[in-house]
Write a protein that binds this ligand. Structure first.
Ligand SMILES: NC(=O)c1ccc[n+]([C@@H]2O[C@H](COP(=O)([O-])OP(=O)(O)OC[C@H]3O[C@@H](n4cnc5c(N)ncnc54)[C@H](OP(=O)(O)O)[C@@H]3O)[C@@H](O)[C@H]2O)c1
Length: 382
């Protein structure tokens, strides 16, 4: 296993982290298969993985209740007396905070669930532009200061799926130790993106990558045009995706939600070669062609500049168009559909369009947005 220093924390973290959002289950999402999950973790830890990522709602029945991932991980580490050897990250469910006392309440509950008196990396989960000011008003940054001071948290961080500008604003608002962002070779220009990653790394903030395989799509739903470009290289799609990320010096940890021993063993093997700047010029060139092949399949040339917003009906137009593009690029419609419903509120969906056309007047690319929103509705449902 290779290790990186996580930003200015100086902590030596394995370049492959174990994402505990997709542990093997027994039928239902909230029923973790403890035997299989323990076997996976045993093997990962024996082979040098020292970073585990969980969160309050993982493996729960809804986002508003504590799931079983934290409980399972707490028990797993406690039984093996391994808390001190592992960098454990979990997250405060920011969307459930109503009043200042909630922050202490969640943290104390999470410490109990994780069977520890200190959480190594405590992240504000899924920060969004629309709730950030409310969280600041609740005193969330003072809360982090006090939890570090009294030792309940060792390092602070946040995760976000919002855009680059908001991400940079959050980066600048506090002395963060680390952050977590979605990044893979298709997502360099959406969400936080390359610009955000480089900004955080420049400031000495540790960078942890989520969804490196786009939730599995980049390994399991590769279109034939892309497979053709990889002919003759003897690398799997997962290997291309991980090597692409570890090639980037600003990336410290790549999390993967592995749920079979085969996936884990493959990812451990790929990690052995995951040195920064290690792809050959020819491999870099192929990856540029791969990105282009995906781009050629996109449905709408939206640059997510946001000029079309706000929509009077409340639709999140750039996000709707982004999901339309993902549906066109990847042969993975059911996963894209579930993300479309999970990540956007009902009021933000394309089906709310009243065809007023204000967005088209503002669009910097002069896109036929009303037509495209109809396509979103046809493709992803009403
Ligand atoms: N902070 C946040 O808001 C947030 C959001 C998302 C994720 N996360 C964290 O980030 C972690 C990583 O994200 P992710 O789970 O989405 O990672 P990912 O690696 O993009 O997707 C995981 C899926 O990829 C597939 N996979 C993994 N290795 C493979 C291999 N070698 N070959 C083929 N398929 C492979 C599996 O899919 P199949 O099961 O379909 O085979 C697995 O479930 C999560 O587990 C979670 O801890 C945080």
């Amino acid at each position: 296993m290779l290790y990186h220093e996580l930003g200015s924390t100086g902590e030596k973290v394995s370049i492959l982290g174990f994402g505990c959002m997709r542990l093997p289950t027994r039928g239902h999402h909230d029923k973790i298969d403890e035997v299989k999950s323990s076997q996976l973790l045993d093997h990962a830890l024996e082979n040098g993985v020292n970073y585990l990522d969980t969160a309050y709602p993982y493996h729960g029945i809804s986002n508003s209740e504590g799931g079983n991932s934290e409980v399972f991980i707490g028990e797993y580490l406690h039984q093996r007396d391994m808390h001190s050897q592992i960098h454990l990250a979990t997250k405060l469910p920011t969307w459930l905070l109503q009043e200042p006392v909630d922050m202490d309440r969640f943290l104390n509950q999470q410490l109990k669930r994780l069977k520890t008196d200190q959480i190594d990396f405590y992240l504000l989960h899924s920060l969004k532009e629309k709730n950030w000011f409310r969280l600041e008003d609740l005193g969330i940054l003072d809360f982090l200061d006090s939890a570090v001071a009294d030792g309940r948290i060792k390092y602070t961080g946040f995760s976000s799926h919002d855009g680059t500008a908001f991400f940079k604003e959050v980066v600048d608002s506090y002395q963060w130790d680390m952050c977590q962002l979605q990044y893979n070779y298709l997502d360099e220009q959406i969400q936080v993106g390359k610009e955000g990653l480089e900004y955080a790394a420049e400031k000495g903030i540790g960078t942890v990558i989520m969804e490196p395989l786009k939730g599995g799509a980049l390994a399991n739903y590769v279109p034939p045009e892309v497979k053709k470009l990889w002919e003759g290289f003897n690398r799997t799609p997962a290997e291309w995706a991980f090597r692409y990320l570890w090639n980037i010096p600003q990336i410290h940890v790549v999390l993967s939600g592995m749920n079979t021993m085969e996936q884990l063993m493959e990812n451990l093997k790929i990690a052995e070669e995951g040195h920064p700047d290690s792809l050959s010029p020819q491999e870099n060139e192929v990856m540029q062609q791969v990105k282009q092949a995906y781009k050629d399949k996109i449905a709408v040339e939206c640059s997510a500049c946001g000029y079309c917003m706000p929509c009077p009906s409340g639709i999140n137009i750039p996000q709707c168009l982004s999901y339309l593009n993902q549906a066109a690029m990847l042969n993975d419609i059911s996963n894209i559909k579930s993300q479309y419903y999970f990540m956007l509120k009902d009021t933000e969906h394309a089906s709310k369009c009243l065809e007023c056309g204000l967005c088209e007047e503002m669009c910097s690319q002069k896109l036929p947005i009303r037509e495209k929103l109809k396509e979103v509705k046809e493709t992803l449902g009403d």
